[in-house]
Ligand binder design. Structure first.
Ligand SMILES: Cc1cc2nc3c(=O)[nH]c(=O)nc-3n(C[C@H](O)[C@H](O)[C@H](O)COP(=O)(O)O)c2cc1C
Ligand code: SF4
Ligand code: FES
Length: 632
């Protein structure tokens, strides 16, 4: 019996199929849904010229374009989003999904007016200790017609608490009168709503003074910064130039980095030299992504160095790029750092005008208010113009990262120390350290100390030593009750454990640290000094954000503050974190805790969350239960 004839199958590409379907539906080249109107299209094009002259506008620039619209119109209006989607050949759903992910974008219907001004009052822990909640309360209803008042997560000025931000201008050590005065000025003159920036003219060499207090209770918003001429005069960019000419060998730099044992200073502590070697062994092109998101509540070290000394960081970036063989660099800077952004833009322009060596392509990207974008894979998603949702690993980003290419991701400060470590030698760096640890750490200290600020101190210093030697002791009238050694994520310890060395607790990072799998795993705990290790007490140092609480503070309120922060900042991708943080925050607000339910939640969050946010969120619960049971 003859077989029935098989139907003919045409080989089609997905694009040909899409085009055929569009033609059949009579909507050739048109996006679904609402179509852009001419006026909105013209407004978008006036801001983003050239968008209509390319067939394939780079999709990764979506967030930059959203910033352009948000800055110009005070909000994201539906009509502009529709026009932008059409011009970028993106679906409206995608544009809306991205825009709605970030706190700093406010989507409004076309018939609503944008706020005249937005005032944000920091609700982070250090600001809460300094009266931030009362300040927010006092400002309700008194700022005038059209002024929007919002609570905000830590804005990275915890040593200047409480902080309000009027437009883009911080008001530090703020009270209601100062905020109201600044609002009036900003309504009369928009320049008053911008962040001040000092001219570049200073000298700044922290390594020469180490260990030292970098800042001590300073409230300066625009410190003078080291411009290119001053930086070069002090020997700056010589290393980058020597590396480019071959006068210094890339392998010698790599060896110095490895010998110094510099750990990643963004939180996970992976050894920088090893990371460079791993990424260097991957096929080209390789990319570098610099993490300047600095969102961990209590952390302000990156801003402090960046707004004083941007070229030292840029030289570290160039050296890393040359040694690892990097083709292009993205710098991801948190949106809150408007002053630092202006300085970095100026420093990059100076560098590009007089390069000490051939430069890789360097692109500065602006975050949009999302803590999770500090997690490195979420940062890459955001740079690609998407929602900042952490990726599952493997593959590790060293193998497949930004735009699918092998990627070196570094915290700002890790790169900041490269020049000093190579030029002064690894022994200079390892010559610091206490209680069995080696190196220097930049502690961001805030809360109840006399002189809060960034303290460049020996790794392994204890809280007691840090407060007494670098912070002028406890603030008047306050005695130590508790402290957070690593921001909101790193847990909380009682005063009796003020002698624990503050540092990473593993000689080599474990396979997973802060929820991040290291490219090569391995590791083990350091020998326990008398006070034990942070890890043995259920804590970690993370980005070295130390928040000091006194007997006048409530540890329960502090724990609720951190859990509420995680609930607000969860990206929502996985259920244990999305539901767990919100439920835990509600349960922890009760005067007496439901320990059984909180225990269950803590286990599920720690074990089943995708990334470090959900995995570390329960630290606060467990520490309060363990060290302050009488409070809950
Ligand atoms: C929830 C979360 C938030 C993070 N936020 C930051 C951040 O704001 N800045 C940063 O440098 N690293 C942050 N990290 C760590 C980064 O994922 C990554 O380890 C780091 O950028 C790598 O650079 P390093 O090796 O130089 O530290 C965060 C990690 C997690 C899990
Ligand atoms: S743990 Fe939280 S922040 Fe991380 S991926 Fe899951 S939902 Fe997102
Ligand atoms: S600036 Fe307010 S807590 Fe950090």
């Amino acid at each position: 019996m003859p077989l029935p004839e098989a139907p003919t199958v045409a080989a089609v590409t997905p694009e040909a199929l899409r085009s055929a379907l569009r033609q059949r539906n009579g909507r050739r080249g048109q996006l679904k849904g609402r179509q852009p109107d001419d006026a909105a299209r013209a407004e978008v094009l006036a801001l983003l010229p050239g968008l209509d002259s390319t067939n394939a506008p780079p999709r990764d620039r979506l967030i930059e374009h959203l910033h352009g619209l948000n800055d110009r119109f005070g909000a994201l209006f539906q009509r502009h989003l529709v026009a932008l989607a059409a011009l970028m050949r993106l679906s409206m759903a995608h544009v809306h999904e991205v825009a709605s992910f970030y706190h700093h974008f406010q989507i409004l219907p076309d018939d609503q007016a944008a706020p005249r001004l937005t005032v944000r009052v920091c609700s982070g822990l250090s600001c809460q200790l300094a009266g931030g909640a009362a300040l927010l309360q006092r400002l309700q209803g008194v700022l005038g017609e059209g002024v929007q008042l919002l609570p905000a997560p830590c804005v990275g000025r915890c040593e200047q608490a409480p902080v309000a931000v009027v437009g883009q201008a911080p008001v530090v050590v703020a009270d209601a009168a100062a905020v109201q005065a600044r609002v009036q000025q900003a309504l009369a003159d928009p320049a008053a709503a911008r962040h001040p920036v000092a001219p570049g003219a200073a000298t700044f060499d922290p390594a020469a003074r180490a260990p030292c207090a970098i800042t001590s209770g300073d409230t300066d918003l625009a410190p003078p910064w080291v411009g290119l001429a001053a930086y070069r005069q002090a020997g700056g960019y010589q290393l980058a130039a020597d590396l480019a000419t071959g006068a210094v060998a890339a392998d010698a730099v790599l060896a110095a980095m490895t010998d110094a044992g510099l750990r990643g200073l963004g939180g996970a502590g992976f050894p920088a030299g090893r990371k460079w070697a791993i990424v260097r062994s991957q096929p080209a092109p390789r990319l570098l992504a610099v993490n300047l998101d600095e969102g961990e509540p209590g952390t302000f070290k990156d801003r402090t160095y960046l707004e004083r000394d941007p070229h030292r960081f840029l030289e570290g970036l160039l050296v890393a790029a040359r040694v690892v063989g990097i083709d292009a660099v993205w710098i991801y800077l948190r949106d809150e750092y408007h002053g630092a952004r202006a300085i970095l833009q100026q420093a990059l322009a100076e560098l590009q005008a007089a390069p000490p060596c051939p430069l890789p392509a360097i692109e500065l990207r602006r975050g949009a208010g999302a803590y999770i974008c500090g997690e490195e894979s979420a940062m890459l998603e955001s740079i690609e113009g998407k929602r900042g949702e952490p990726r599952l690993r493997p593959p590790y980003i060293a193998e497949r990262g930004l735009f699918g290419r092998p990627t070196l991701a570094h915290n700002f400060e890790t790169l900041y120390w490269v020049r000093d470590i190579v030029q002064r030698g690894p022994a200079w760096f390892t010559g610091f350290g206490r209680h069995g640890r080696r190196g220097l750490r930049s502690f961001s200290v805030s809360g109840r100390v006399r002189q809060p600020g960034v303290k460049l101190a020996p790794a392994g210093i204890t809280l007691r030593e840090l407060v007494d030697e670098f912070c002028g002791g406890m603030a008047d009238g306050h005695t130590l009750q508790a402290y957070l050694p690593g921001g909101a994520s790193g847990g909380m310890l009682p005063a009796r454990l003020a002698d624990v060395p503050l540092d990473f607790d593993t000689a080599e990072p474990p396979g997973r640290s802060q929820g991040e799998a290291s490219p090569s795993g391995g590791g083990g705990e350091l020998g326990s000094p008398p006070g034990g290790t942070l890890k043995s007490h259920g804590c970690f140092i993370g980005s070295a954000a130390v928040v000091v609480l006194s007997q006048q503070d409530s540890v329960r309120a502090a724990a609720v503050n951190t859990m509420q922060f995680f609930a607000d900042e969860s990206c929502g991708q996985c259920t244990p974190c999305r539901v767990g943080t919100a439920k835990a925050a509600a349960l922890m607000a009760a005067p007496r805790w439901d320990h059984a339910t909180l225990d269950d939640l803590a286990v599920v969050m720690a074990d089943a969350s995708i990334c470090g946010l959900g995995q570390a969120a329960p630290n606060a619960i467990r520490c309060v239960q363990q060290y302050f049971p009488e409070d809950v």
